[in-house]
Design a protein around this ligand. Structure first.
Ligand SMILES: [Zn+2]
Length: 280
């Protein structure tokens, strides 16, 4: 039986942005807040495919960045189209737009017309989730039957670069507003899954919601995989590495720990089986 390993959360950048990242900091507070630190690595499409070969990953979803400037967004989304085309079937591209920019819907539509497979990683680095600005993008994804991958993070605990002032209430309201949109919530949905234990509502609204594991080794004890599986079902958890932040090996080591106690069938679903049903 052949198993396809899928990494749903990786970031690639055009080579010219990697070569001169400091030229792109101006008027881009979200980008500079993460990448002004030169120890935050950046990789292009071919660098990612090399890492996939080393780590045994068959397919990766490549995510853009929520640029403020339309020319940066277009450049990045065009690069994703090119990287997918050059990858011989290894990459699936998710276009990125900043939801608050007035051109976000038209750029998302343009990217879909060029063959990209969804939107992501959408993020609000300086505020809570802005639900009104996400609505047209959620509707577009629902109509196109393409996923929207959203940055989420836990609303409590220590601060780190890239952590946003997001609330679980805004996230849950978004989910309720868009039951037909396939939402992939990065970084274990900021812990929202715990509330699926509530007797009313929450669990029934999570039909089209999945969590990805991006950055889990930095954020959570490995038992989070066990708890999320018990609370939501194993078919709701997707392997995402946030490469080049972390290598897939780091995740594999934790996923197979005895205290996580996932069966080999569970692991196959998390490591690609379910992702293949969202983007073939
Ligand atoms: Zn993120």
């Amino acid at each position: 039986v052949s198993v396809t390993f899928v990494d749903v959360h990786t970031h690639i950048f055009p080579p010219e942005i990697i070569a001169e990242r400091d030229c792109f900091f101006k008027n881009e507070p979200g980008f500079s807040s993460i990448y002004a630190n030169f120890s935050a690595h950046m990789v292009d499409g071919s660098g990612l495919v090399q890492a996939m070969d080393k780590g045994g990953i068959d397919i990766s979803w490549v995510l853009g960045f929520p640029w403020i400037g339309i020319e940066n967004a277009r450049r990045h989304n065009n690069y994703l189209v090119q990287a997918v085309a050059d990858s011989k079937g290894r990459l699936r591209g998710l276009a990125c737009v900043h939801p608050q920019m007035k051109w976000s819907l038209s750029e998302a539509e343009r990217s879909f017309s060029l063959g990209l497979s969804g939107l992501g990683e959408l993020a609000f680095y300086g505020s809570d989730l802005m639900l009104d600005s996400l609505t047209p993008l959620c509707c577009l994804c629902a109509e196109a039957n393409k996923p929207l991958l959203l940055h989420t993070n836990e609303p409590v605990g220590h601060y780190y670069s890239g952590k946003t002032p997001m609330t679980l209430n805004a996230l849950y309201t978004l989910i309720k507003m868009h039951p037909m949109t396939k939402l992939v919530l990065a970084h274990m949905a900021g812990g929202l899954f715990f509330y699926s234990l509530l007797k009313k509502e929450i669990a029934s609204f999570l039909t089209n919601v999945w969590l990805d594991s991006a950055a889990v080794p930095f954020l959570y004890k490995p038992q989070i995989y066990r708890f999320a599986t018990d609370l939501l079902g194993v078919d709701k958890i997707l392997l995402g590495t946030d490469y080049p932040l972390l290598n897939v090996e780091r995740y594999c080591r934790e996923l197979v720990l005895p205290e996580v106690s996932l069966s080999s069938d569970d692991l196959k679903m998390i490591m690609g089986g379910t992702a293949k049903t969202i983007i073939p």
